[in-house]
Write a new protein. Sequence first.
Length: 208
Amino acid sequence: MSNGKVETNKTGAGMAGIWNRYKDKHPNTAQFLVFFLLSNGITTLQLVLMPVFKSIFAQTPLVSTSFQVLQFGQNFDGSDYYVFDYAVGTLASGGGGGLAYFLAVQITIAIAQIINFFAQRSITFKSNSNIWNAAFWYLVAYIGITIGAAAAQGFYKAPIYNLFMNTWGMGSVGETTADVITMVINSAISFWVFFPIFKIIFKQETQK
């Protein structure tokens, strides 16, 4: 009887108790589940922020400013391939959104990742290691993943927007749908890459 009471007091009752017992038995799986839930919350935040920043920058001359950098090889049609390919003009007019679209995407991701850094460090991994070291390696990983995700986007971004906006004739609704899909794909790439990185940089150090 006493052992049962001690166990109940230790783990708690109800759903909290079930979760605590599960976490004790399967710490790695529990950690991944928390990471998964937080990551989905961050992705939802991105989906909310993206149209806001996009609409703000769409009203500026930045739409007419091309942002095409890191040229690497060629597309299937023979045109130059850019890792960051945001040609002038709105997406509705067949352009790439220009610098306006690039800033909307990157500012959205930056805000989400800053929140993600503190949330994952404190909640998922409960890290007490040096925050500045973790922040440095997080920044390095963020830059690398951003470039990698942008390179991958070059293969699916144009076909997705063309499918929803032109082939299916959905217009502005198709553009918004394509925004959501590309953001989800980008978040999925970050999700699978960041978890093993977090396991390394977010450590629990023994207090001296």
